[in-house]
Structure formats: structure tokens, C-alpha cells
Design a protein around this ligand. Structure first.
Ligand code: NDP
Length: 389
């Protein structure tokens, strides 16, 4: 049996991961589950999967979980806080770690999994955006295996030559083409965007996701974070990563080779495909995903991204070019701004403004240590918070 820890099990990716695991219970055993505050869903998951550990990042939620599990006669051990997350990300019996916590909160446990040489299924793109080079160094130093779960990066991974070792030009690759749906506001009049509501922003046309990534998709910051993620995962320069708007979300991304070949991965927009791919790689397992009906899809469209409509995408490229802690600053400012938008405290179009101002105010430095990255994250959060209030 392969032991799996699911970090962020109560979220959208976590739930899809458990769905795939449940289809293969003879191969995978859930060792640990983690969440922040959603005790009710965690109790349900502990009752269904009987993991050895359940972690709530929030201390009060951990106390509640302990009470509920004991009342139900469930023997899962409850841990709490960041220490608890790190403990279950590094357990000897967990060979495989699904990193699906949202935002910067995922960095420390995911990095701990890299240091412990785990097989990491990476959904938490923010970890790589914040600490790209440090994170990749830790992966290589400890022989960890990093498998992308983000559908675009998983598609690139599937379209790269087998045993790709991080050298774009020696592998005959011209560029990586990251597809993007363009989100719910691709065709909305630009002057209407200032007044869109959180629910409108979260109503993604093709994907059902958590609220933070849904807003990121609407601003296209998500694609910007993915460009940064691709830079580190595949050792590509920013100019070797092209974003292509493809509203149908059928092609999940492509790799263009120097001989003119373009290899793509297609499928129904369902995260269980990349999750199953990463979980079982190099094997293939059934994922419960609806088969792609090309006759129903009928057509595939492509557009160039418009930086006026999507300034967050431009800002992400700029932060990547600046380098060092600039991408951690971008990520932190974005998290603060998105939360303020979701809480009705900031307009949709002001998200980009907060990120841009924070990038101007907080000076990026060399990202030479984790402490430096965490300091930049903290400083950017304070700055973005001040800009909002
Ligand atoms: P959700 O918001 O649905 O779930 C987030 C998970 O993280 C929940 O389990 C949540 O617990 C937990 N969590 C939140 N805050 C903290 C914290 N401070 N400490 C510890 N745990 C915390 O997010 P998604 O599943 O949508 O996304 C997860 C990651 O995957 C993100 O990085 C996203 O960018 C990436 N991703 C998601 C895709 C999708 O389709 N959803 C696609 C590609 C990538 P609780 O429920 O208690 O709040």
C-alpha cells in the first residue's frame, strides 16, 4: 500500500484527491489529512478514510475535532498548527504528499516534504511562486520527486520528452504554451469590471475551484502565478513561456518543439485527471472523469491575452523578471487583495492596483534564504493591508 498525506484535504483539490484514492483503496492508504477550520468536513473524511492523523491548522478547530472524533469512537490522532502540518508532511509511512493547501500557508509543510525527499504532488503553486529556487534546490538535494497537479503544468509534464532534465534548448523545445480560459470576464466590457461581485468572479465558466483561485482566474493572476510556477518546474526563461487564451479549456497546455511539432494534452476540465496522473505516474489509473467528446466540443479557439484587461498577468511577468523576493511580494499582496475583495472591502479592478503599488513600495532582494522570503511576504502583507485601509 502507498501511504498518502493530503494537505488541504477539505478543499476542492483535497476532495478530488480523496475521490481518486477511494477508487483505488487497494493501492493507496490515507495516512493523514489536514485542514484549517472546517471541522465538519474533516470529521466526515476521518470517518470515511480512518487516517492515523488529522491536523487542523487552527488550534480551536483542533480541539473541536478531537471532541467530535472521540464522541464518534474514531481513533484518528489530532494534531494542530504549523508543527502538526510539518509532522504529517514528513511521516515515514507517507510516501506521497498531496500539497493542496491554498496560498502561502502551504509553503512550510510543502518545503518540509521536499526536505524529507517525498513524492510531492504539487497543487499549491504559491509555495513555488514564493520560494522557487530555494524550493527546487531542496527537491534536488533530497531526491524528492515533484509532480505537477496544476492542470496546465501537468499537461506540459505529459508533453515534455520522457526523462526531461530541465534543459529546454537541449531538449529541442522552442517554448511552453500555457493555456488559459480567460475566466468569467474575458468578454465583459472593461468599464463594468470595477463593480463585479465576488460571486460573479467565482463563477468560472469551466472549472469548479476554491474561491481564492477562482478570483485569481478572473484577474488572470492565476495564469501569472502559473508562468512563475512553470519557470521553476521546467527551468524555462520567462520569454520561453507563452500564455494562450483558449476559452474551452480542452487543451490544458502544450509544448512547441524546434521541428515545428506542438504536443498537447487534452481532456475534460476535471482536476481528477492531473491528480490521478501525478498519483500513479508513470502508470495510468482510472479517475472517474467524463471522457472527452470531441464531437460535442466541436471547435477550439485561441486568443492572445490582453494586458489591459488583465494587468495582473503583466505584473506577474514583471515580478518574475525582477527576480529574488519580487514574486513572494507579488503573491502576498495578491492574497491580501483577493481576501479584501472576497470580504467586500476592495473593488475587483483595485486588486491589480494594490499588487502594483506593493511591488513598487517593497524593495525586492535576493531570495537567498527562507527567512528572507518570509520577511518579504510579511512586509508585502503589511504594505498591501495599509493600501487597502
Ligand atoms: P480551497 O480553498 O478549496 O481549499 C484550501 C485547503 O487549504 C482547505 O483544506 C483549507 O482548509 C486549507 N487551508 C486554508 N488556509 C489554511 C491555512 N492557513 N493553514 C492550513 N490549511 C489551510 O483551495 P483549492 O483546493 O481550490 O486550491 C488549493 C491549491 O491548489 C491552491 O494553491 C490552488 O492554487 C491550487 N490549484 C487548485 C485548483 C482547483 O481546481 N481548485 C487547480 C489548480 C491548482 P479549510 O477547508 O478548513 O479552510
Amino acid at each position: 500500500m502507498i501511504g498518502v498525506t493530503v494537505l488541504g484535504s477539505t478543499g476542492s483539490i483535497g476532495v478530488s484527491t480523496l475521490d481518486v484514492i477511494a477508487r483505488h483503496s487497494h493501492t493507496y492508504k490515507v495516512v493523514a489529512l489536514t485542514a484549517n477550520r472546517d471541522v465538519e468536513k474533516m470529521v466526515e473524511q476521518c470517518q470515511a478514510f480512518h487516517p492515523r492523523y488529522a491536523v487542523m491548522a487552527d488550534e480551536q478547530a483542533a480541539e473541536q475535532l478531537e471532541k467530535s472524533l472521540r464522541a464518534a469512537g474514531n481513533e484518528t490522532q489530532v494534531l494542530s498548527g504549523v508543527d502538526g502540518l510539518i509532522t504529517v508532511a514528513t511521516l515515514p509511512e507517507a510516501e506521497c504528499i498531496m500539497a493542496a493547501i491554498v496560498g502561502a500557508a502551504g509553503l512550510l509543510p510543502t518545503l518540509a516534504a521536499a526536505s524529507a525527499g517525498k513524492r510531492i504532488l504539487l497543487a499549491n503553486k504559491e509555495a513555488l511562486v514564493m520560494s522557487g529556487r530555494l524550493f527546487m534546490d531542496e527537491v534536488h538535494k533530497n531526491n524528492a520527486l515533484l509532480l505537477p497537479v496544476d492542470s496546465e503544468h501537468n499537461a506540459v509534464f505529459q508533453s515534455l520528452p520522457p526523462n526531461y532534465e530541465g534543459n529546454i534548448s537541449q531538449s529541442g523545445i522552442r517554448q511552453i504554451l500555457l493555456t488559459a480560459s480567460g475566466g468569467p470576464f474575458r468578454t465583459r466590457a472593461i468599464d463594468e469590471l470595477a463593480n463585479v461581485t465576488p460571486d460573479e468572479a467565482c463563477a468560472h465558466p469551466n472549472w469548479d475551484m476554491g474561491r481564492k483561485i477562482s478570483v485569481d482566474s478572473a484577474t488572470m493572476m492565476n495564469k501569472g502565478l502559473e508562468v512563475i510556477e512553470a519557470r521553476w518546474l521546467f527551468n524555462a526563461e520567462p520569454e520561453q513561456i507563452q500564455v494562450v487564451i483558449h476559452p474551452q479549456s480542452v487543451i490544458h497546455s502544450m509544448v512547441e518543439y524546434v521541428d515545428g511539432s506542438v504536443l498537447a494534452q487534452l481532456g475534460s476540465p476535471d482536476m481528477r485527471t492531473p491528480i490521478a496522473n501525478a498519483l500513479a505516474w508513470p502508470k495510468r489509473i482510472e479517475a472517474g472523469v467524463q471522457r472527452l467528446d470531441l464531437f460535442k466540443v466541436a471547435r477550439l479557439d485561441f486568443e492572445e491575452p490582453d494586458f489591459n484587461r488583465f494587468p495582473c498577468l503583466r505584473l506577474a511577468y514583471e515580478a518574475l523578471t525582477l527576480g529574488g523576493t519580487a514574486t513572494a511580494i507579488l503573491n502576498a499582496a495578491n492574497e491580501v487583495a483577493v481576501e479584501a475583495f472576497l470580504n467586500g472591502k476592495l473593488g475587483f479592478t483595485a486588486i491589480a492596483g494594490v499588487v502594483e503599488q506593493t511591488l513598487k513600495s517593497v524593495k525586492p532582494e535576493a531570495a537567498e534564504s527562507l527567512d528572507r522570503v518570509l520577511e518579504a511576504d510579511k512586509e508585502a502583507r503589511l504594505c498591501a493591508g495599509r493600501l487597502i485601509h
